[in-house]
Ligand binder design. Structure first.
Ligand SMILES: [Cu+2]
Length: 154
């Protein structure tokens, strides 16, 4: 990308030189290139489009952020067995939820991507308010084995 911006800047200088004979006006020619470079650095802002890869027994990423509003969650099941992704609104750390019969309580669920076969992809869109959420695979034993993560909505 660096060479692209250098080329744009160079082209602007050449064009400015052709437009009028005042070739000494270098500061005006370099401004557009600097503006373009600043715009590309804002891409790291929280998104409303999240993708999670499920495997035995983890989600990737295990920590992520989203922008409040209608957030599309996609789970790619890259594992060898069925997995799901349940989103819970809780301030309890992701690895400290109480477990009963291999599962966590879903009383704080705000939505889920239900059981999805190995190799398949599924999505859901949830209207998320700012706060802390935990996502788990609640197939018995999977949460305890490591299928959990933390989602911060801003
Ligand atoms: Cu699972």
């Amino acid at each position: 990308m660096r060479s692209f911006f250098a080329l744009v800047g160079l082209t602007a200088i050449v064009l400015a030189g052709c437009g009028d004979d005042n070739g000494s006006n270098d500061s005006a020619a370099s401004t557009p290139a600097a503006t373009t470079q600043t715009a590309t650095s804002t891409a790291a802002a929280p998104s409303r489009d999240l993708t999670f890869k499920a495997t035995e027994y983890a989600f990737s990423p295990s920590t992520t952020t989203a922008k409040a509003g209608k957030v599309k969650l996609t789970m790619v099941n890259d594992g060898a067995m069925e997995h799901e992704l349940v989103v819970l609104k809780t301030d309890t750390p992701a690895d400290q939820l109480p477990v009963s019969n291999g599962r966590v309580s879903e009383k704080d669920s705000v939505g889920e991507i239900s059981e999805t076969a190995a190799g398949k992809t599924a999505s859901t869109t949830l209207d998320l308010k700012p706060g802390t959420y935990v996502y788990v695979c609640n197939i018995p034993g999977h949460y305890q084995a490591g299928m959990r993560g933390t989602l911060t909505v801003q």
